[in-house]
Write a protein that binds this ligand. Structure first.
Ligand code: UD1
Ligand code: CA
Length: 450
């Protein structure tokens, strides 16, 4: 089924109170406009046109190959669709209008709405029945159930305000009819705007059938301010967690887990409470992510154990069975299968061989204030606690580094390197020291009160 998607993103978004354009605010780590574009693409759109305001450079920079149309002045949703006329060109197919502020719409719903026009409706509208319909346009139905008009909340009579069936904002129509009807829309209303919704009454009066399709409230949730944004995030998180759990992931306390939309989590992963799995993560089968861990741009093999309190930053790539413990930070580092860094460690710009053991307090000193340098640690190497590895530096396979060393040059395979000042021990010195200190201390006098 071929169709064109027209995504409206030119509104001022004033209620967001933000210097960032509303369509670029993120839900699940992905800009809202991106969600609408992706849903249209997944539904099989042949062409996507984003309608933008003239000062939308920031949005245009973010868009890839999506076509754009500029709405010169923000005169309403009807005017915004009309602005896409040239971009649509001569086309007698189906167009679907979507908003950049309803990020949770599913591709299936888009296909279904387009399908209604492909069947026999002139226009099809996505409808929903929100718990609180305040602010939404109401669908006024005729005796046969078809839609006669959409009345905006401000324009609705008391009786119309009692209608629970609302306009979700998504509307599909035959393209020539859509633009014909838009030509007839006026701005004679409460807001002085050209409403897209007015095409419904015009179509119905002209003998065209307007169908509707009820879709789930969470799909159509419109984001007008930051409170709505948080509600959309919560709804998306719940959806992502449910999908993950249904695919075989255990979540001990799902409500406390955050997952970016692009996360791939394989079956039999266990996620403990208060875990953040940010953008670009892949968690291999059977891994355990312990409480309070924060992961971004991380790829884990099978059966890894991470945390509690681990921070894995972008570029962390762990093989199977890697263990990362508490207060360990890792960035741009590869860890071979079975490598361990169990406590209080920073590994950055490093390659750690398989089964290497990184002791507590190990630091790769990767930055000299100017550039980043690499640390290479061979298979099976043992790095003693509190070692500073001053990069660039290479530790050979199976080498052992004594605790407390500061390693500034390469260590060969199978060697032991220790860099440590010799301990001087003076017999009985501690007791003598205390004695002398004690004698020096003058007792504190308490002044008598006068
Ligand atoms: C709109 C609908 C309402 C529906 C609700 C669902 C109209 C007249 N009303 O109201 O029936 O219940 O959505 O969420 O269509 N935009 C432009 N240019 C403009 C104005 C808006 O591109 O001149 C874009 C906005 O960026 C936004 C979308 O259109 O993505 C919707 O605009 P908005 O002002 O949020 O419409 P609502 O008042 O929510
Ligand atoms: Ca809106």
């Amino acid at each position: 089924m071929e169709f064109t998607a027209i995504i409206l993103a030119a509104g001022k978004g004033t209620r967001m109170r933000s210097s960032l354009p509303k369509p670029l605010h993120r839900v699940g780590g992905h800009p809202m406009l991106g969600w609408s574009i992706d849903a249209a693409r997944m539904a099989g759109t042949t062409r996507t046109i984003a309608v933008l305001a003239p000062d939308s450079g920031e949005i245009q920079k973010w868009l890839d190959d999506t076509a754009i149309a500029i709405q010169e002045e923000q005169l309403g949703t009807g005017n915004a669709v009309a602005a896409a006329r040239d971009a649509v060109g001569q086309d007698d197919g189906i167009a679907i209008v979507m908003f950049a502020d309803t990020p949770l719409v599913r591709a299936d719903s888009i296909s279904a709405i387009v399908g209604k026009v492909a069947d026999d409706a002139a226009i099809a509208v996505a409808a929903f029945e929100p718990a609180d319909p305040t602010g939404y346009g109401r669908l006024v139905q005729g005796r046969d159930g078809s839609i006669e008009s959409i009345v905006e909340h401000r324009e609705a009579t008391d009786a119309q305000q009692r209608i629970g069936l609302c306009n979700g904002g998504i509307m599909a129509a035959r393209t020539p009819l859509l633009f014909d009807l838009l030509d007839q829309v006026t701005n004679d209303n409460a807001k002085g705007e050209y409403y897209l919704t007015d095409i419904v009454a015009l179509a119905s009066a002209g003998g065209h059938r307007v169908a509707h399709m009820v879709i789930d409230e969470t799909e159509i949730l419109g984001v007008n301010d930051r409170v709505d944004l948080a509600a959309a995030e919560a709804a998306l998180q719940s959806r992502l967690r449910t999908t993950a759990m249904q695919a075989g992931v255990t979540m001990v306390a799902p409500d406390t887990v955050f997952i970016a939309a692009d996360a791939v989590i394989e079956p039999d992963v266990i996620i403990e409470p208060h875990v953040v799995i940010g953008g670009g993560c892949h968690i291999g089968e059977g891994s355990i992510i312990r409480a309070f861990s924060h992961l971004e741009g991380t790829h884990l093999g099978a059966c890894c154990i991470i945390g509690p309190y681990a921070r894995l930053r972008p570029g962390t790539e762990a093989g199977d069975g890697v263990k990362v413990g508490n207060f360990v930070e890792i960035k741009k580092t590869k860890l071979g299968a079975g490598a361990k860094a169990n406590h209080l460690t920073y590994l950055g710009d490093a390659t750690i061989g398989s089964k290497a053991n990184i002791g507590a307090g190990t630091i790769t000193c990767n930055y000299d204030g100017f550039g980043k340098h690499e640390t290479l640690i061979g298979d099976g190497a043992f790095i003693g606690s509190n070692t500073a590895l001053v990069a660039p530096v290479k530790i050979g396979a199976r080498a052992i580094i004594g605790a407390g060393s500061t390693i500034t040059r390469d260590v060969g395979p199978d060697n032991i390197a220790v860099e440590r000042a010799h301990t001087s021990e003076r017999e009985g010195a501690a007791a003598k020291f205390r004695e002398t200190r004690q004698n020096k201390v003058t007792p504190t006098k308490t002044k008598p009160r006068s």
